[in-house]
Design a protein around this ligand. Structure first.
Ligand code: IYT
Ligand code: CU
Ligand code: CU
Length: 324
């Protein structure tokens, strides 16, 4: 036991000079209903730079964990029920993850390893940033351990690696997604694309896909002068964590476009709409990037109306005829 404990506590990469750890863990919770999503907040205090995330969870208890940066958390001093498809459950009040300013900054699923950002890159958090709060969300799939006879308590969570030292490069997350619907018994593409028009470049280094049960593939691209290059591509039925991009080093500059597509297959007799319950669908492609310097993209979303209203073919500037 001691050996395996010390192994799991060992960082895959040692701390650098000036790096410290902050524990963001569930406060010994006992969710009693399967598929409960619980949230727990932490105020970040003084300005700091997050450079890594070390997960502490077990796939037999936690299905996924997400860290959200919030301007205002859904609650500030307790654990609450914050599922995408929240239904009331005993013991926990219901509420949104963030009351305002939500962005995903880390995702864990199925024994994913720690995520350390590239050297000299950090998420600026705390008082003088757009992320004064971080909220931990844990999806408890199987809860039998929390019931008699075991009555176990859970402290799944994440160690935040941070430093007070300003980092030369600032991390951010950009979300491509769609609205729209999936007719009965069809395969459809849900697509979005937006121009990138800033006087600084962004350097993507990780991506995450998110869809519900109908998603088969979710892919993201950079389009430069009509040439499509893949940022990342994944089966969303695999763990929905951040993966390294296909071609590390790729940059996005003014005049480029970012585009994403979800291939959805439905064998259902009903129309499935984009929405927030598990009976609905979602089509999301997240790009985690950094900028050299402290700038930030003003707009962090690229949502299209989706099918049947919008497809890549409605945007000739991206040369949809060259799309993969
Ligand atoms: C309608 C939809 O696509 N919802 C997604 C994307 C989304 C994320 C955030 C939308 C907004 C946000 O502030 I952060 I408005 C969605 O809910 N995705 C889920 C999480 O609930 C964030 C996911 O796991 O990606
Ligand atoms: Cu989950
Ligand atoms: Cu969803």
């Amino acid at each position: 036991i001691l050996v395996s404990l010390s192994l799991t506590l060992t960082l895959a990469r040692p701390l650098e000079d000036g790096e410290e750890e902050l524990e963001l863990r569930m406060p010994d919770v006992q969710p009693k209903v399967k598929d409960t999503y619980l949230c727990f907040p932490m105020k970040m205090g003084d300005t700091k730079y997050l450079t890594g995330f070390v997960p502490h969870a077990n796939m037999s208890t936690a299905h996924h964990m997400l860290l959200y940066g919030c301007e205002e958390p859904g609650e500030s001093d307790k654990t609450w029920n914050c599922g995408e498809m929240s239904a009331p459950i005993p013991d926990f009040e219901m509420g949104p993850v963030c009351a305002s300013g939500a962005k995903i900054i880390y995702a864990w699923g199925m024994d994913a390893p720690e995520l350390r950002l590239p050297a000299d890159v950090g998420f600026k958090v705390g008082e003088e940033s757009d992320i004064p709060w971080i909220v931990l969300q844990v999806h408890y799939k199987d809860v039998h351990r929390f019931l008699p006879p075991e009555n176990a308590k859970d402290h799944s969570g994440v160690t935040l690696i941070h430093t007070a030292q300003p980092q030369p490069n600032r991390a951010g997350v950009y979300l491509l997604g769609t609205n729209g619907e999936l007719p009965a018994h069809t395969t459809v593409y849900m697509e979005t694309a937006c121009s990138y028009d800033y006087n600084f470049d962004i350097i993507p280094f990780a991506y995450r896909t998110h869809a519900h049960t109908h998603g088969k593939v979710v892919s993201g691209y950079r389009v430069r002068d009509g040439v499509w290059e893949e940022i990342g591509r994944k089966d969303p039925q695999k763990p929905q964590m951040f993966y390294n991009i296909t071609n590390p080093g790729m940059q996005i500059r003014s005049g480029d476009y970012m585009a994403a597509r979800c291939t959805m297959v439905s064998d259902e007799d009903r129309v499935v709409k984009i929405g927030s319950t598990q009976n609905d669908e979602m089509c999301n492609f997240y790009v985690m990037y950094y900028v050299k310097g402290q700038q930030q993209m003003e707009e962090s979303y690229c949502f299209s109306p989706g099918p049947p209203h919008w497809h890549w073919s409605d945007m000739p500037e991206i040369h949809p005829e060259n799309a993969p």
